[in-house]
Design a binder for this molecule. Structure first.
Ligand code: FES
Length: 324
């Protein structure tokens, strides 16, 4: 890699080489170096932190084959409630636009084993794509992908998956073709006695349902990727302050920004990766105050003394004192 392609830290400056609409609301971006040079290798299931044209940092799953070195491919759903990230990608990341990206931690690392069950809901297919390609190229792997969406037209990569020749390993369930009925995945998760690894990603309702139904599975066999429905801010969130324990410095956190956003606005560079409350990288010690925990990482016993500032906030707008 030449110096020209690198930015500060682990960042890269990449150009939108091509983009195409996968569905009415999901756009795929093919990102490459301007000089066509090779990119750092990535692991199947991992994701990319993108600085959108509107200068927000967003985490998107890498969808292409992990053996490819000439490009990173991501797919972005335009969220109706977008505060700017996905909207900016759709409206401003045209071909030729250059922005900063950074490889994030591995989101859905393939488990040590030969049996794999993947469940994707809608845009939740994106972290499965590179993982699936990797699993499919080893004939010793037994895997199954269950892909749930409202309709084929709203299911990104449905056609590509159908062309992959996965046979019985691929099951679609389009609720529009079943009178609007969603598939009940719970019976499939009842028995975990085969050493199967479970991977899942999708809307909150699906995440909750699978999470609860697989609670008896060994934790090392369960892998999930939480999308931004849990992340960031929600309508009605209150502003609050964060006090830095070591210095007493006060940081204002607006109602439409996260603690990490606020620290960055003030010039700090807090550790973070997924920015969706799942990886654990941004963990801080909660010294005082009551946190509104929105992550899926901390165990109940850790919550009184820790916080994930990428998603969590204060209860009722009261001050939080954090060690960072
Ligand atoms: S950055 Fe991953 S949990 Fe906060």
């Amino acid at each position: 890699m030449t110096e020209a392609a690198m930015t500060s830290g682990n960042g890269l400056s990449l150009r939108v080489h091509a983009r195409r609409m996968l569905t009415e609301t999901v756009c795929e971006f093919d990102l490459r170096r301007s000089d066509g040079g090779p990119l750092p290798a990535f692991e199947a299931g991992s994701s990319l932190i993108v600085q959108t044209p509107s200068s927000e940092r967003r985490n998107y799953s890498l969808c292409n084959d992990d053996r490819e070195r000439h490009r990173y491919v991501i797919a972005v759903k335009r969220e109706a409630t977008s505060r700017g990230g996905s909207r900016s990608m759709h409206d401003e990341a045209h071909e030729g636009v250059v922005f900063e990206v950074e490889l994030a931690r591995n989101g859905l690392r393939a488990g040590q084993g030969r049996r794999h069950l993947l469940v994707a809901g809608g845009i939740g297919i994106t972290p499965m794509m590179s993982l699936l390609r990797r699993l499919a190229r080893d004939p010793l792997n037994a895997f199954r992908l269950l892909y749930l969406a409202r309709s084929r037209a709203e299911a990104p990569y449905a056609e590509e998956l159908a062309r992959m020749g996965l046979g019985n390993a691929l099951t679609f369930h389009f609720s529009a073709e079943h009178g609007g009925r969603r598939l009940d995945v719970r019976p499939m998760l009842k028995d975990n006695g085969t050493g199967t690894h479970l991977y899942y990603c999708g809307p909150g309702r699906l995440m909750y349902s699978i999470g609860m139904s697989s609670i008896h599975w060994p934790r090392i066999h369960v892998h999930f990727e939480q999308f931004s429905s849990l992340a960031g801010t929600r309508a009605g969130d209150e502003a609050f302050t964060v006090k830095q324990a070591s210095t007493g410095r006060i940081f204002e956190v607006g109602g439409n920004e996260t603690i990490l956003d606020s620290l960055r606005r003030e010039g700090l560079k807090p550790e973070a990766s997924c920015e969706s409350g799942t990886c654990g990288k941004c963990r801080m010690t909660l010294v005082a105050g009551e946190a509104d925990h929105r992550d899926m990482y901390l165990a109940p016993e850790d919550r009184p003394s820790s916080i994930m500032p990428c998603v969590s906030r204060s209860v009722g707008g009261a001050e939080l004192e954090l060690d960072f």
